[in-house]
Design a protein around this ligand. Structure first.
Ligand code: MRU
Length: 325
């Protein structure tokens, strides 16, 4: 199912906040509406955020607005995923080259979108080639079609494994508090008929200790030159567990997720989100009103815990050279 659509000069987005209960679409007609959709998680996942921002800038050109201001507006919508900056910079270049031609900017956004799907398919096959016999994979958060232009990064590898009959089962961490694993990854796997089960975030170690997990594959929001990788909060815990239990831990990500201006993960901006997303479930408080809450959106997995980076250019290992991006 398509979840980011450009139709009649309008951006249509599947509202991921409503899944798996309802498939509802919202439309964005201005860069402000696009930035709000990113900020409010109508659309989320690093490559999907970048693609959405690119379409938001096509809207800016169509409406003949101040382009630089709209670039800043979209850049400020979420801090951690570098794909957002990557896409905005590409649209800025196209704006410069074409004198802000609206049709050219819409075509560039579509190109970014289609290239992302193509890179995911390549990554899927390159990643699947790492495994010779049927495996059980654990994944964290949602790095699927919904988080990208389509097909997915980590879930793209899983889709390719399934297609090649090299997949036994997928364990999807539920991913508190936003439940990207339980709501979105499970939704995609169920739609594709891929065998899976949802587990609470705390049970990964239990299943690893029992020998039930062969490998971990997750996506990434920003990868520094030394391989330090920001991804959804809880990813680092899974990576540490995987090292302890001697299970390979892979990151699957396109080139747009690499930020080689950063030597290490120390410089990655980490999003903090609202207290309410942690303290309430279905509108009901689960934390005493007087208790403070820390809601950190991402953590940084040290590069040395990553067995390999599955990219559209092959399986890479740090340090990454500044001119490969
Ligand atoms: O807060 P989210 O849902 O945008 O976080 C998403 C993730 O952390 C994904 O794992 C990451 O963006 C990679 S998506 C291919």
């Amino acid at each position: 199912m398509e979840h980011i659509l450009w139709k009649n000069n309008e951006l249509i987005l599947l509202d991921q906040r409503r899944l798996p209960e309802k498939k509802e679409f919202i439309s964005c007609r201005t860069p402000e509406e696009t930035a709000s959709a990113i900020r409010d998680m109508v659309v989320r996942g690093a490559p999907a955020i970048g693609i959405t921002a690119a379409y938001g800038l096509a809207l800016s050109a169509m409406l003949n607005r101040e382009f630089d201001r709209d670039c800043r507006l979209l850049l400020d919508s979420r801090p951690t995923a570098v794909n957002l900056r990557w896409a905005v910079e590409r649209m800025r270049k196209c704006h410069g080259k074409t004198g802000g031609n609206a049709a050219a900017l819409a075509a560039e956004a579509l190109k970014i979108h289609m290239e992302d799907i193509e890179m995911n398919r390549q990554m899927g096959d390159l990643g699947a080639a790492l495994f010779q016999k049927p495996v059980t994979i654990l994944t964290h958060c949602n790095a699927g079609a919904l988080a990208t232009g389509g097909y997915g990064t980590a879930l793209g590898v899983i889709r390719s494994l399934y297609r090649q009959r090299k997949l036994k089962e997928v364990f999807a961490d539920e991913t508190r508090p936003y439940l990207q694993g339980a709501r979105l990854t499970a939704f995609e796997l169920a739609e594709a008929g891929i065998p899976h089960r949802v587990i609470t975030d705390n049970s990964a170690g239990y299943f690893m200790a029992k020998g039930e997990i062969d490998a971990v594959i997750t996506g990434a929001d920003r990868i520094a030159a030394n391989g330090d990788t920001a991804n959804k909060i809880g990813t680092m815990v899974v990576a540490v567990l995987a090292r302890y239990f001697k299970i390979p831990f892979y990151i699957a990500a396109p080139m747009s997720s690499f930020d080689l201006s950063l030597k290490s993960g120390a410089g990655i901006p980490i999003e903090e989100r609202s207290r309410d997303e942690v303290a309430f479930i279905n509108g009901k408080p689960i934390v005493p009103a007087a208790s403070p809450v820390s809601h950190i959106g991402f953590d940084v997995t040290p590069g040395h815990l990553v067995t390999g980076f599955i990219t559209n250019r092959g399986i890479l290992h740090p340090p990454f050279h500044p001119d490969f991006g």
